[in-house]
Design a protein around this ligand. Structure first.
Ligand code: TRP
Length: 327
């Protein structure tokens, strides 16, 4: 079975956009591939050198992903910093990466611009660490969004270059696995664009019914259709997208007809959306709270993941040492 590895950037709590995007894809992929997922806590040090409590935030993320349906028995989940073997590979890969090519990576340039007082070497070699994350398991596919394309280029370059320098066919070139094309794009509640943490237009999987309802009732609308069967402006299309996500087909059709005959009442529609979103989120939220209340269980799951990941990485690093010439 093809190997798949993906890193999870530890940024804040999951929202519906994450859920119907990356997270659902992971849940599906775990049944079709030999998957491993990890929380990239080392990577976060490149931008947040003094995090509050790394362990606890890793547990929070773990609880949320498990609540969404990742099954650690099938697809181990580990925390990057639990697998020190990665660092040895990171070092070897860095020996063959050049300053110029790392400086050209757009995400590096962006972050360097955002934190001019902390353009650290970790930031520069972020893509090499990511390559080590992937190549240590000799993964065939990596599920990533568009923003990770250049980092994936670097990972393939690392693999190719290593194979070339040492005259081996050791590392497969990891391919991008685009989940974003198939994934549902969840709109924001502010009428435009998609749901995203930085936009502040999110429904979080941790939100309770009251919070969700309040957010939905505040969603942007317009003054209503004046002509039968008119095309829907974006803000309204977005409301219908929420119905597509959370409501039954029947409910969707009911409100679609109301739109078409100009008798739609947005207040009623929002109430319906709120109720249906609450019903979608509630079981996930309950599972998040359940996992979150059991640190020992989360630690056991992470420990199991680390064990599997370390075995896989150690086997790779041992062969790499041999190939390089540590005999
Ligand atoms: N760079 C990825 C992101 O920002 C996170 C990540 C780190 C990753 N290592 C990885 C993703 C390895 C896939 C594979 O989202």
């Amino acid at each position: 079975m093809d190997k798949v590895v993906s890193g999870i950037r530890p940024t804040g709590n999951l929202h519906l956009g994450n859920y119907f995007g990356a997270v659902k894809s992971f849940v599906q992929m775990q049944t079709q591939y030999d998957c491993m997922f990890f929380i990239a806590d080392w990577h976060s040090l490149t931008t947040h050198p003094k995090p509050e409590d790394i362990r606890q935030s890793a547990r929070t993320i773990l609880a949320e992903y498990l609540a969404c349906g990742l099954e650690p028995e099938r697809a181990p989940i580990y925390i990057q910093s639990d697998v020190p073997e990665t660092l040895e590979l990171y070092l070897y890969l860095n020996m063959n990466m050049y300053l110029g090519e790392l400086e050209r990576v757009t995400t590096f340039k962006e972050k360097a611009r955002k934190q001019p007082d902390n353009v650290n070497a970790g930031l520069l070699t972020y893509p090499t660490l990511m390559a080590a994350d992937i190549l240590q398991h000799r993964a065939a596919y990596v599920p990533v969004g568009k923003d990770q394309e250049q980092n994936m280029e670097v990972a393939r370059k690392c693999a190719r270059r290593f194979n070339h320098i040492y005259g081996v066919e050791f590392f497969p070139e990891p391919q991008n696995f685009y989940f974003s094309e198939k994934a549902l794009k969840v709109p924001g509640l502010d009428g435009s664009g998609k749901m995203g943490k930085s936009e502040g237009n999110c429904i979080y999987l941790r939100d309770d019914d009251k919070t969700i309802t309040k957010k939905v009732m505040r969603a942007v609308t317009d003054s209503g259709p004046t002509e039968p069967n008119s095309p829907k402006p974006e803000v309204i299309e977005n409301l219908f997208t929420f119905m597509r996500i959370a409501s039954t087909d029947e409910t969707y059709r009911y409100f679609d007809e109301k739109w078409n005959d100009c008798s739609i009442r947005y207040g009623d529609m929002k109430k319906q959306i709120a109720a249906d979103l609450c019903a979608t989120v509630a079981p996930i939220r309950e599972r998040i709270l359940e996992y979150s209340s059991d640190s020992a269980r989360l630690d056991r799951i992470a420990a199991h993941g680390a064990e599997v990941a370390r075995a896989s990485a150690a086997a790779t690093v041992q062969e790499v040492r041999h190939i390089i010439g540590f005999k």
